[in-house]
Design a protein around this ligand. Structure first.
Ligand code: SF4
Length: 222
């Protein structure tokens, strides 16, 4: 999709408006360190952030270092993360990533996209989440289901694959907003631009949105 100067201007207006609307928009996965955020992000695949936060409240008390995860009996870690779903694959990814963090990175979660992508179970989205929110490094734009849906509705990308959507957004969104932008869209997607029934009548960016009131289930303000 072409990134015209008009479209770039419209994106800046959308960002400005959403920043006013959601001044506290931030990563909703609870964490106090890059390792905790990495684990929480792996757990968040196909699971709500609320559920992940419930699980990690206990998990992070029990597992404090990469070694704690790497040396745990797989069945025990699987049990501890069971309710996030896909627990076998997730446990395997967490243990594999932690082993590599210990063996190759001196126990520290790496700070580059290249190194993060080498960790088992870590794809571009997870790497972007960790770099942006644990290290403040704008490596790209996180694309989850909310970001994908809103990007399409707002006319920012017609792509379906997250990496292609990210490519479109990286051209349109100023680099200084790459980290906050997904948090703004996620907050807006949860509150107003919902998957089934976007509340266009209550939407502060309706005037900037080509899909306003065109969606079948869109509700006007009562
Ligand atoms: S106008 Fe409607 S479709 Fe567009 S962003 Fe707002 S809620 Fe979503």
């Amino acid at each position: 999709m072409e990134a015209t100067p008009e479209k770039k201007k419209r994106v800046r207006q959308i960002i400005r408006t959403l920043k006013k609307e959601y001044p506290d928009a931030r990563c909703s996965l609870d964490h106090t360190s890059p390792l905790e955020l990495l684990v929480a992000t792996i757990l968040s695949a196909q699971c709500t952030d609320e559920r992940v936060n419930l699980v990690t409240a206990d998990l992070f008390r029990k597992y404090r270092t990469w070694e704690d995860y790497a040396s745990a009996p797989p069945a025990e870690l699987e049990r501890d993360i069971h309710s996030t779903g896909f627990f076998r694959n997730k446990a395997k990814a967490i243990q594999g990533a932690c082993r590599m963090i210990g063996e190759r990175h001196g126990g520290r979660v790496p700070r580059s996209m290249e190194e993060l992508l080498e960790l088992p179970g870590v794809a571009r989205k997870t790497a972007n989440v960790v770099l942006g929110n644990a290290y403040g490094i704008a490596s790209g734009v996180v694309v989850d289901t909310h970001v994908a849906r809103l990007s399409e509705r707002l006319g920012l990308s017609a792509e379906k694959q997250p990496e292609k959507i990210e490519r479109d957004l990286a051209v349109l969104v100023p680099e200084t907003d790459w980290i906050v932008f997904p948090h703004l869209l996620i907050a807006h997607g949860r509150k107003i631009c919902k998957a089934r029934t976007p509340l266009c009548g209550e939407c502060p960016v309706a005037k900037l949105c080509p899909s306003a009131f065109k969606f079948d289930g869109a509700k006007a303000k009562a």
